[in-house]
Design a protein around this ligand. Sequence first.
Ligand code: NAD
Ligand code: UFG
Length: 338
Amino acid sequence: MSDTILVTGGAGFIGSHTCVALAAAGYNPLVLDNLCNSDLRVLDRLERITGQRPGWIEGDVRDRALLDRVFAEHRMAGVIHFAGLKAVGDSVADPLGYYDNNVNGTWVLAQAMEAAGVQTLVFSSSATVYGDPDRSPIPEHAPCRPANPYGRSKRIVEETLGDWQAARPGWRVALLRYFNPVGAHESGLIGEHPQGRPNNLMPFVCQVAVGMHDRLMVHGNDYPTPDGTGVRDYVHVMDLAEGHVAALRQLQKAPGLLTLNLGAGSGLSVLQVVQAFERASGRAIAYEVGPRRPGDVPAYWADPSLAERVLGWKARRGLDAMCADSWRWQQGNPNGYA
Ligand code: NAD
Ligand code: UFG
């Protein structure tokens, strides 16, 4: 019988792609999600892609009684914990809401796991824990200076899960620091559908390409970067998904604490992304250069070599695939799963 993995937040962007990778690797994903930022119809799409409908539990990760029931009813080989809130601006407006969801949610989950004897946990952290780094590529031992409540919520979880793993050495914990996830499954059946006006670059570019906005606002072109626009490490969401499977496999081999960057290892500017998207879509992307966005860092990218050494994982899909797959999803699903 295949191992069942509880995937909290599995209806969301990265979680749904990870369900595909888990199924491909022979695991049996069981999704728990409160649908605060996702759509239940993603399950139909996952069934079309994998030929197997993931298990489904609608609920909140902070609901301890629910978690106790779930762990009592299913024999779980591990948990991948995506459930959380991720909008930096909202976290500034509602820090306690963010700490409750992201920090308290993880603590409730870890306590329920301990009570149930499930000791394998993969956690969604973020490159945002580094804040404005001194240099790139960023290794995992770089100082962590998160600059907003969202970033601090991720860092608090990292530190407290580190304390927990030290106190319970039988536990197997992976803290995965994602850089900028973009793209979609190559089928075009699942992808990212932000609610309202997208904050992030790739979804906004996609919406310009289909005419939902007349132009992209480039947030500054006076940064100390080759073309003056912001530089980030974009990583294809399916590479990221496969990174979770690799982390899970590694944890199943040995107890311990892994802290790993998941990024492509190179930086791309806003204009490089725009040009690649134009090539992939055959559409012109109109843009205007505006002022810098408050809180933005000029440039950073990952040193992903530790993940390659420890997990044998590295990002394989390049910028052209990220753009082509985003575009396929956008064209086929202009209203998301609706
Ligand atoms: P997403 O919003 O698409 O997915 C998160 C899912 O969690 C959603 O389906 C949402 O409904 C669910 N959820 C939120 N709070 C919940 C709760 N209390 N109980 C149950 N379900 C809950 O976001 P995503 O981009 O897939 O991100 C997944 C994780 O990765 C998040 O923890 C996020 O902070 C982290 N992360 C994302 C990025 C990124 O740029 N997308 C970068 C670094 C880290
Ligand atoms: N950008 C634009 N125009 C837009 C949107 C973005 O020019 O309409 C630029 C940004 O200024 C930045 C780059 O595109 O230079 C990438 O911006 P994103 O918003 O896509 O991504 P960020 O790197 O700003 O944010 C990501 C995650 C956050 C996380 C942050 C930490 O989405 O969750 O990294 O650095 F907090």
